[in-house]
Structure formats: structure tokens, C-alpha cells
Design a protein around this ligand. Sequence first.
Ligand SMILES: [Zn+2]
Ligand SMILES: [Zn+2]
Length: 340
Amino acid sequence: MKALVCENGKIEIVERPFPKIQKDTDAIIKVTLSSICTSDLHIIRGCVPAAKNGVVLGHEFVGEVAETGSSVQNFKKGDRVTVNCETFCGECFFCKRGFINNCVEGGWELGCKIDGCQAEYVRVPLADNGLTKLPDNVSFENALFVGDILSSGYWGAELCEIKKGDTIAVIGAGPVGLCAMQCAKLLGADKVIAIDIHEKRLKNTKNLGFADFVMTSENCEEKVKEITKYGADAVIEAAGGENTFELSYKIARPNAIVAIVAMYKKNQILPLPEMYGKNLIFKTGGVDAVHCKELVNLISEGRISTDFLITHKFAFNDIKRAYEFFENKQGGCLKVAIEY
Ligand SMILES: [Zn+2]
Ligand SMILES: [Zn+2]
């Protein structure tokens, strides 16, 4: 089969053997649609120490169950599924508390430590936990982002412990930020403020109706205070830019929660003496993608949608060009869908 492999910082489509069931809890999935995530770019650039050289990339996808190990209970050949970006056992100290990102047997494995989904077929370990069935009225396209981007946005909003009447500021109007805005409203936010450096993305956010206010990061502290008096009740940092961490705690009101969903290229500085007395609560990433079932139900009920994220489609054979489009945000690219 064909697979996209990352070797020594270079990506190439190569011929690989079909994946086989290795443990009786595995399933083999025939990939029908996949996407490219910024984390894939981080692996190519060598920013993910855990990534295995020569790994098949990709962890955001949907597909059909092709084969199941003997102890997989909940899935059978032919089931249409969306797949969690994290592998988890469901039984360890962390899983029992919902912190599956730190599962002692898993975490982010697919397309990092083990072969991922940018291939015709992929082996998914601990399949009973990692797969979610799609109802008839949810298409593969509708569910493509459930296991990663949408889960990340939902998680960011959940970390904010939103209360009625809250105003939530979201930094970054890219894919995760846009999902976080939708989820913040769903979890009861009264107002959402979207912040980005790209006017185009802000315009897009406004058109989608996900934010009540949109603004660039210039004089942002003052602009947020004009709306909220003391600052945002909670902030979701989904940008990971040069100054966005600094911005996240500056626009938060005293005693606010600052949820860091973004990934940074460099260490960030927390000036504790300067902010003494502001009494902020920081929560840091990566995502515990534990709500895939609920998210699929919300899509099925029409209460949430990520369809707007697919701005470009490519055939798998053209995936290298898709990477260029995604990385350079060519043609206003938000996310690509790779068709097989
Ligand atoms: Zn990802
Ligand atoms: Zn676990």
C-alpha cells in the first residue's frame, strides 16, 4: 500500500506492507479521509523528540473498520468510524481520571511513535477505546476533525469552567480556535471575543458567526477591557505565536482561568513578580480527547459543525502539495481533506 513517511525531516510517498493485527485489542482501519495537522509539521521539523524516524505520518482521520483483533468488542468489519488522535487503555491512574493524554500505555502514538493514517490502511491499538461509530446522518467529512481539532477546541473550552454570563477570549482564529469558540458558546459563554493577527481570519470568524467581537492583537488589552471592564473571564490561547502567551494573561481579568491549548516553538516567560496579586489559574495542553462520542452526537444533532474547516481537498497521491498548501495557508487554507 501507499504511505506518506517522514524520514530525516523529509516526506515521501513510499510503498509499505499492509498493517497487521499485532495485539487482540487492535483494529485495522481503511482510511477514507485524513487531514494534516500542525503537529505533523512539528514532526517534520524535528520539534517532536518522541517521533520515530521513518514513521507514517497522520493522526486525524475517519474510515471503515477492515479487521478487528479477537478481543475487540464494540466494532466489526464495515463500521464507519472516527478515530481518536490518542491511544488509551481506559484503566490506568490517568485514564480513570479522564487524563488520557498521559495514559501509561498510550498518549499520542499514531503518526508519531507508531505508523499513522496518511496511508491506505492503519493499525489502531486499543480499538474499543479509540474508535467512535458514526450515525447514518454523519458523513466522513462531518466527522473528520472529531478526534483531534474539535476535541482540542472542546477541551480548551471545558478547561475554562465557563459560567453563565462569562465572556471568553480566544486567541487564534485558526482551526482549533474556531472550534473552541463554538464549544465555548455551547458550554454557556455569553460573549466570545476572537483575536488574531490575520484580518482575513477575523473576517472569516465574523462571517461564521462564532464570535461576538473580533479584534487584532494591537492594543488588545484596552480593547478587551472596553468590552468586559476587568478583562476576559477566561482566555483560550490557541495561537502559539510570538507574543500570544503574554497576551493571554494580560487580557485575563484577575482570578480568571487561562487555558493554553497552543504549542510553542520556544519556552515562554511567566513574570510572576509583575503579576503578583492577579491570582490567575493557568491550565496547559495537550488535549485529553475524551468526548468523541458526545461530539459525534452534537454533530448528528446539528448543534456543532466543522464542515467549514475543509477549505481544500487533495487526492492522496497529491499529499505533498497538500502539505505546502496547509503550511503556507495558501488560498486561505484552514484544513485540507485527503481523499483515498
Ligand atoms: Zn493533531
Ligand atoms: Zn491508560
